[in-house]
Write a protein that binds this ligand. Structure first.
Ligand SMILES: *[C@@H]1O[C@H](CO)[C@@H](O)[C@H](O)[C@H]1NC(C)=O
Length: 465
């Protein structure tokens, strides 16, 4: 890639040559010479990359050897293949990143973090990595110097995905090698820390393609798993299958359960995002999965989507080069359709993730190793975070209070102050203040604006830990 400007310059030179000369013998000779230079340049660029690749394999090989001994020879063929793939990706040098909005970098994992989830009580952040552990971080010490975490071991496997149960006392994982769901209970000890205990049995293996996402409904009524084919499975909490959904989208690129626990949605190769309601009878027994509504408007496949915390808003990011904000607070049973509120151009790529702050004010989108933050109301690009991770971003989420945005993509977890969220809240309160009629209301708003402003100021003044 480093040779690109060189190549471009040479190509431009070639074009100029082509214009000013007739294709006579002299020009041909010069062209040939230039092409020769190009070939040498390309060969040189390719050649100079080789040592880098060699360096990268070494730590991976060591890690593979260490892992193999810890499994006591139980390494399957699939695991070996994964190790080889991983070892090629492992970077020996530590990726450094700094930004005024960076609140903390959570370090503890010895492998690539693939998934993040906040507990609904707001106290914990769970992360999982290919180092065979799930870590539970305390959100209240994000701004402290030290970030302690509790560690749950995933025996003979590693978790690709992790989601907290609605009561924040258990979490579900997707096992990379087991290709299924394993539930862990968090048993509180007297000292306030936890023991982690895996359920005696994993769920049965049912997916035939790579996993995309899992979720538990906030109602505690079902678990969802979705794979890259067109399959979404709905399970009860014991691991019995309730339903199987064919999304008919050629391939799925993302799927998720809505925060209200009523809906499951999916996107993929086709431009529409599809939303289903998982219906239960009054007595609590599963009834059916029914089509609820579609988000229609993108002109190409959709990379991913997200809900606001009350499920009244959704955002989508598409290959068509835009993100869209939708009002989904509709009575679809009375034939009301969700409607489009905003379309904004943005950078995206395969694997792009999108997050919507709980209050619906801020949209964050990842593309490769970068993150962009937009004001949801105005569509204005508020912040650009470049090279947040050394590899493609795997997950992007706001905490439940909308104070922080977290991301994963390598061994570290980045925690950012949601400055655009503070600014949008202050702006909205100022608008209310202008309209406020009575004195008590005005004073309350003024107080709230002052508080939000000082929270923002101190967030930006504090150095990252
Ligand atoms: C959503 O988030 C906002 C802002 O953090 C909060 O005031 C509200 O209570 C939350 N609503 C739900 C349903 O969790």
């Amino acid at each position: 890639m480093r040779s690109t400007p060189f190549l471009k310059a040479n190509l431009a030179a070639l074009k100029t040559w082509q214009k000013s000369f007739d294709m006579d013998a002299a020009a041909l000779v010069i062209l040939t010479l230039l092409l020769g230079v190009l070939v040498i340049l390309v060969a040189f660029a390719v050649g100079s990359r080789k040592p880098e690749i060699k360096e990268e394999t070494e730590p991976g090989v060591e890690a593979a050897a260490a892992d193999a001994s810890s499994v006591k020879g139980a390494t399957s063929k699939k695991q070996k293949q994964e190790k080889q793939q991983r070892s090629r990706k492992d970077k020996p040098t530590l990726h450094t990143f700094s930004h005024p909005l960076l609140a903390a970098s959570l370090k503890g994992h010895n492998g690539k973090v693939t998934c993040l989830d906040f507990s609904s009580n707001g106290k914990y952040l769970a992360s999982c990595a290919d180092d065979r552990t799930v870590r539970i971080w305390s959100t209240k010490d994000f701004l402290d110097r030290e970030h302690k975490c509790l560690r749950a071991n995933v025996e003979l496997d590693h978790a690709l995905l992790v989601r907290f149960s609605p009561d924040s006392r258990a979490f579900i994982t997707w096992l990379a090698n087991g290709d299924t769901v394993r539930i862990f209970k968090m048993i509180k000890k007297d000292d306030g820390t936890f023991n982690f205990k895996a359920a005696p049995e994993d769920f049965p293996q049912k997916h035939k393609a790579a996993i995309l996402n899992i979720g538990i409904a906030e109602t505690g009524k079902f678990i969802m798993s979705a794979s890259t084919d067109t399959n979404i499975l709905i399970w009860d909490l014991k691991g019995d299958l309730l339903a199987s959904i064919n999304t008919n989208q050629m391939t799925n690129s993302y799927a998720a359960v809505s925060p209200c626990g009523r809906f499951v949605a999916s996107c993929g190769f086709t431009p529409d995002v599809k939303v289903w309601e998982v219906c239960f009878a009054k007595g609590g027994e599963f009834k059916e999965v029914a089509r609820a509504f579609d988000l229609k408007g993108h002109s190409a496949g959709v990379h991913s989507f997200a809900f606001s915390n009350d499920s009244h808003r959704m955002v989508t990011v598409s290959k068509d080069g835009t993100w869209k904000l939708w009002n989904t607070n509709v009575e679809y049973k009375k034939q009301q359709d969700p409607y489009l509120l905003k379309t904004v151009p943005c950078t995206s790529s395969d694997g792009s993730r999108i997050a919507l702050s709980p209050d619906g004010r801020v949209v964050a989108i990842s593309s490769g190793c970068d993150v962009a933050m937009f004001d949801a109301t105005s569509g204005k690009l508020e912040e650009e975070l470049h090279g947040v991770h050394s590899e493609q971003i795997t997950d992007l989420r706001f905490d439940i209070n909308g104070r922080f945005l977290v991301s994963s993509g390598d061994k570290a977890i980045r925690v950012f102050h949601n400055a655009p969220g503070y600014r949008a809240a202050i702006r909205d309160m100022n608008d209310l203040l202008k309209k406020a009629q009575n004195e008590a209301m005005k004073q309350r708003l003024q107080q709230q604006i002052k508080e939000a402003q000082s929270a923002l100021d101190s967030a930006l003044a504090a150095p990252a830990n």
